[in-house]
Design a protein around this ligand. Structure first.
Ligand code: CTP
Ligand code: CA
Length: 218
């Protein structure tokens, strides 16, 4: 039990991590979703816990084991994720890795929609932006980190997102290749000081580097 404090620099710090996709129901058996696997967010939660943080992982529907030492809350929809994040506050830092569905079906059907009846016309409404809400909250974590999945003009979009959402850092993610579901990631860390581009790394290494940076910042 004689672990040097420097090995657990995040001891006593609470960090919220969101991960995975959200599923937005169309009817009881169908949903709108996206290709997020949750791997990057779960790896970040694991790395933060390994550095001693009290990690609250708010996970969308994924098939991944809970990392050691992490407290996990499973949710389905963006609105459930927003509530779970609110319940996990206060926190010293939040890392919003989840690929939150931007829209949900306005009125999900209570029963399975049968074919051969009227073509279903889906009216979509925008979901709450969990990161932007945290950015404006009076309980804003001291260090607020967003991710930005982009397929083009990656740094430009990420820089705009950092300001728009009042985040401290944006981890910009080039998803034009096979990133979603894959095991490696090419990221750019966008902060008030500028942009740092990391070489393509296994998601586990991206997670470790980011966790170290969070420990330095806290
Ligand atoms: N995010 C969030 N809640 C949402 C949408 C996004 O918390 N409803 C967070 C994501 O977890 C991520 C960041 O905001 O940390 C950026 O998400 P992204 O989808 O890249 O940004 P959007 O603002 O949704 O813009 P767009 O999808 O149009 O690029
Ligand atoms: Ca989005």
């Amino acid at each position: 039990a004689l672990v040097p404090a420097s090995d657990r620099p995040l001891a006593g710090k609470r960090v919220i991590v969101t991960a995975g996709p959200t599923h937005e129901p169309i009817d009881p058996v169908r949903y709108i979703g996206n290709r997020s696997s949750g791997k990057q967010g779960f790896a970040i939660a694991a790395s933060l816990a390994a550095l001693g943080a009290d990690v609250r992982l708010v996970a969308g529907p994924v098939t991944l084991p809970t990392p050691a030492g992490v407290t996990r809350v499973d949710v389905e929809t963006a609105r459930e994720m927003a509530l779970a994040v609110e319940h996990a506050l206060p926190a010293d830092a939040a890392v919003m890795v989840a690929a939150v569905a931007d829209w949900r079906v306005d009125a999900a059907a209570g029963q399975k929609i049968k074919k051969g009846e009227a073509q279903p016309a889906l009216t979509l409404v925008e979901n709450p932006d969990i990161l932007a809400a945290l950015g404006k909250s009076d309980r804003r974590p001291g260090l607020l980190i967003g991710f930005a999945a982009e397929t083009e003009r990656v740094v430009e979009h990420a820089t705009a997102k950092r300001l728009r959402k009042s985040a401290d850092w944006i981890v910009a993610n080039d998803v034009s290749g096979d990133v979603m579901g894959g095991d490696a990631n090419t990221v750019h860390l966008v902060t008030a000081d500028g942009v740092e581009s990391w070489t393509r790394l296994p998601k586990r290494d991206v997670a470790q580097r980011l966790a170290r940076r969070i420990a330095d910042a806290l």
